[in-house]
Write a protein of this length. Sequence first.
Lengths: 301, 870
Amino acid sequence: MKWIRKGAAVLIAVLALSFVTFLAFQVLPGDPAMMKLGTNATPEALEALREEMGLNDPMIVRYGRWLGGVLKGDFGESLHYKMPVSELLWQVLPNTLLLAGMSILMILVIAFPLGLLYARFPGSAVDRTGAVVNQTMMAVPAFFLGLVISVVLGLWLKVFMPGAFVSYDEGLGACLAYLIFPALAIAIPKAAMTVRFLRSALLTERSKDYVRTARSKGLTEGKVLMLHMLPNALPGVRTFIGVIVSEIIAGSIVVEQVFGVNGLGRLLVRSISNRDYNVVQAIVLYIGIVVLLVNSSAETE
Amino acid sequence: MKRKHSFNFICGCALLLLTILLIAGGLFLSPYGADEMDVASKNLAPSFKHLFGTDHYGRDVYTRVAHGALTTMLIGVMTVAIGGVFGTLVGALAGYIGGTFDAVIMRINDCLLAFPSILLALVFVGVLGPSEKNVVIALGILFVPSIARVVRSDVRTQLQSDYVVNAKLLGVSNARILFVHILPNIRATLLVTMAVGFNNAVLAESGMSYLGLGVQPPKASIGRMLSEGQSYLRSAPWTVLFPGLILVLAVLGVSLLSDAYSGNQGDTGSPARIRARISRKLAAAGYGTECESCEVAAADGIASADADGTTEDGNPENVAGATKETTVNSAEDIPDSAILCVRNLAVAFEKANGSLQTVVKDVNFTLHAGERLGIVGESGSGKSMTALSVMGLLPDTAGVTGRILLRTDAGLVDVLQCSKKELAVLRGDAMAMVFQEPMTSLNPTMPIGRQMREMLTHNEVHLPKEEQDKKLADALLEVELTETERILRSVPKELSGGQRQRVMIAIAMLLRPRLLILDEPTTALDAETRDGILELLDELQKKHGMAVLFISHELAVVRRICQHVLVMDDGHIVEEGTVREIFEDPKAAETKQLLRSLEGTDFTEKMHWAQDAPTILSVKHLHVYYGKRRGRNPLNYDNKVLENFEMELKEGEVLGIIGRSGSGKSTLARCLAGLIPRQAGTIETDARIGMVFQDPYGSLNRAKTVQWLLEEPLRVRQKKERREAIRSLRKNGLTGEQRRTRKNEIVAMYRKAAEERRHEAQEMLTAVGLGKEYAERKITELSGGQRQRVAIGMAILGKPDILILDEPVSALDATVQEQVLALLADFHDRFNLTYLFITHDEAVMKRMAHRVIYLKGKQDLSPDKTNKNG
């Protein structure tokens, strides 16, 4: 029952989102018909094309038609690339998903051991050094970190070749090997934030009465941390990571540019510059839905 | 705030200062222009001539960094300004108004928040054209939802607190409550959110400029420089490095400062080292060393107590042990019957200025097998700290000296010398503890069964699972919990307070410890439940014969459970002896005071009223329900708090309302004050109603001073008077002359107002027994009793006829209770008040109320004077 209600709420939110996205691109200046035919087209030809494209129908009809298309995976045509938007998306989406997935994995792998370690020995030398490193890492913008990684690991140590990105369909292994570096650039600042959140969530639990009870039962400090404090701190951390995921998507827009990864972010930036709004619309809708789903599944009661 | 600046604060300031100096240097001191090209000197490495080197056009990187950073910072500041102003407004209104308005606003807000802001900003700027102005507008608007959300949730939390209720009761207007009372309390969160917002804006702007969708060339901007420099990473990495670093510097500075502001610092050193340091100081101050005279005194006390032979179930072993005991100088002299020997125990915390606050001073006592020893004293007397030191559970920031010898299977062990591992071994089987608050003392998310089983699995008890299950079920049956299956599966919130405390006792008793420490085990429970728990403890002790250390501030409870009593005050043991000695022949002044406050003065005679006084409040057929309505019947609710309640209040009377927690006492109070709606019934009164709440910390605005708080009711009244005066000026056909006099009167009112308020507030301050020196203090700087005095003063300045006192002394110590009750009794006649006195404490009720109504909870009541045990 709870799940049904939650599912319905998400569905309504997705619908609202699609409507807002549709609406936002309707009020844009510029006439799609004119874009297609060029500025020196005759008014009659323009009018005919408008009629043909259904631009003269009431908005709700156009929304319905657009939504119907979207449900079938049809986002219209890219005016710049002269090909269906969905095809364009399919070319780049897996790259972005791989990048995001790898970043999340790295965040978890870095953040949990460190957060637990700092919370186990709060105020110790390890904790204090960690806090300084953490603070600094949080202040580094992902794309600047990407540039630094490119210089140090790429140009100086020659671990990889910046810019020589291999798309997933040309070689999955090579693609993954390359994505390690942009993923690192995205993951490090976010991992620092997660470490900090986890540590303070654990320390909040540490001062609660039930922790004292657990100690009074003869549990060792490590057991108290893992069996009592961590499970109680986890719901908050889960919500936090949900927020982080949506920030990763935002971060990847810029980082993809730094590393020349042919992904969603790059396509978005290019399409914005090209005023290729069908593509932009599709990407905004897609990211919106992903963020919505992630957030609602990470949300605690 | 006059405190030592934190590490974060100093570093944050230093970094920001450095950033500003760097920017200023580049703007004013640099010999180059930001766009000045010099192709001859392109891509030069950093040198004295070009501090940060030059780029591919031969432009000086340092100068460009300074200009770019300035642009970026200004964009950040403007974004925060836009987002801060609109976000605060939207959030505050949504939070305060609530209902549909709130729901709609917040739904839109959530939708906006769901998108990463840089994505929306990109689209926005892409559509409107990339420019600085559009970046600021886009980021500013996108910052509104996150501020609004924080402000709204804070406002909603604040709305729940008693101080807002209090302000409403005093007639403060909505706008004033929101902007004058609530907003100062959420300033801290607001500032921190704005700092985060600034950083996000700076990062977003530089990201957008990097993508070519932000600040446009030729204007220098950090993001732009990074993207231009990327092509020359190999030949001129400095064109990327320095712009990036200044960004890191600024962002780090701001985040450190905001941390320092929110008090989020962890730079106090490791707990073990703090403890060692404080312990050393404590030893240096002369604590924890052997003290011949007090040893003798301690031994004497216990010896004479046992020789008396008056204890209820005097353990022969116990008496034998005690008579043998003469002087205790070292571990070797400790009798075999002793389970616990505390010698020269001292516990201290460090104050902010580095001096020690010693909370336990030279405490000595011996607890024998099967003995029940009580430690009584007011809160802050050091009794709980004594108990926690025995378990090795003192807070991390406490230092401790002395010896705590515990009898284990392996002989005597000094708990204070044990490592954390060794302590973990002792806890659970050698000694166990039951804590005051059973709700928070149990893990809220773990099923009871697992929490009990941990006692077995972490204490080297190797049993097959079935036997463990059996043992757990038996343990529950022993504490008279019969639905073992259900309870083992439940989490704490599914049990009642009494059940939870029984579970705590079952856990503690599971391994049959030699020593059971009970720290105020019944304080959080109501009278009936308390009696049950005490009976149970009595039985369990008789059955298993463990030694019991019972900590309580309630003398009555100690009298029922213990054989011997230690009375503590200000960290010292001031008196010790058998229960009879302490209660019938107290020697120390502190003990006498405790006993006096137990008996208490009867104030009912002092507060005069006439039986035939007119009725000033009459309640008929009152129904108040919470929760959801079932079906169409307006009176069919899930949770019926008050049903068909009737009462009459006569002028000058003190009417007591008593009932256990959950019986609807507070609901009744709030309903009478008009703070919550009623489903049916009538409340007839012309009287002004004032209210004093249980927790003065919550009912007084922490952001304000005592003086301000006391003036607030007067301010409200003056405002109202002035409004009326001005209104009367507008209507009626007044002559010019009259109009002029009226105007002058109003001007005079304005002039006099401040002086009048100050005067009245100071008078009240003296009346409630606080000196003038308290006027400028904040609530956080007062003790609980002082806070309650201010709360009473504030309520009375609202000029009420009826004062509803909702558990006004329940959060206070016995002695302070006495003083506050005396103050209330004094004010009753002085200000011609009628009291509605609500409490769960029958002893207090008997001393205050002329007439008592007993609330049974969720049911009808029977108006009668209750004379159960005191």
